[in-house]
Design a protein around this ligand. Sequence first.
Ligand code: GAR
Length: 203
Amino acid sequence: MLVSGSGSNLQALLDAASQPAYGARIVAVGADRTGIEGLARAERAGVPYFVRRLKDHATRAEWDAALTAATAEHRPDLVVSAGFMKVLGREFLARYGGRLVNTHPALLPSFPGADGVRDALAYGAKVTGCTVHLVDDGVDTGPVIAQRAVEIRDEDHLDEGAALHERIKEVERGLLVEVVGRLARGGYRIEGPGGRRVRLREE
Ligand code: GAR
């Protein structure tokens, strides 16, 4: 799993994966920064972790290569980006494309990017939510695996979306746990024109 912050989605997956029937195990946690709660969660769970900071590398391509190599050491079948706030590079995508999943706090294709919650509020949307999707070479443009809606309330405008983001994250954690478990246990198929329709296999 790749994280940049509090890692509450990571925690939800760690908790789910502690049950053998879940079908997935978290082999490592990677981050682009130190001193985050996400890494503390990995440490408490006894899961190996690594940090590759962009600023320690001469170019973005070198950082991407270092992140790819560090990830590859743990031989993951699936990579989950949950609150990882950097765009993954070409080498990472070449290696993990098709088995790289991201969770985003909006109903894509609306409000992609780093500020999905605040952008939905600023637009005046009445409904937003979360999206779990495959990662391609765009920003939050890959095929959608699953989505859930969350209503926006008038009072959400008072705290710049903090409470709204918390409500989204509650829903998001459940969705991510469900999708990752189903991917691990059954896999998926891509169908439809343009290869946009992801179908999780029936269990
Ligand atoms: C999640 O809501 C995730 O969708 C979002 O960051 C939060 C991380 O929470 N990601 C993005 O905005 C990516 N563009 P967490 O660290 O508590 O799991």
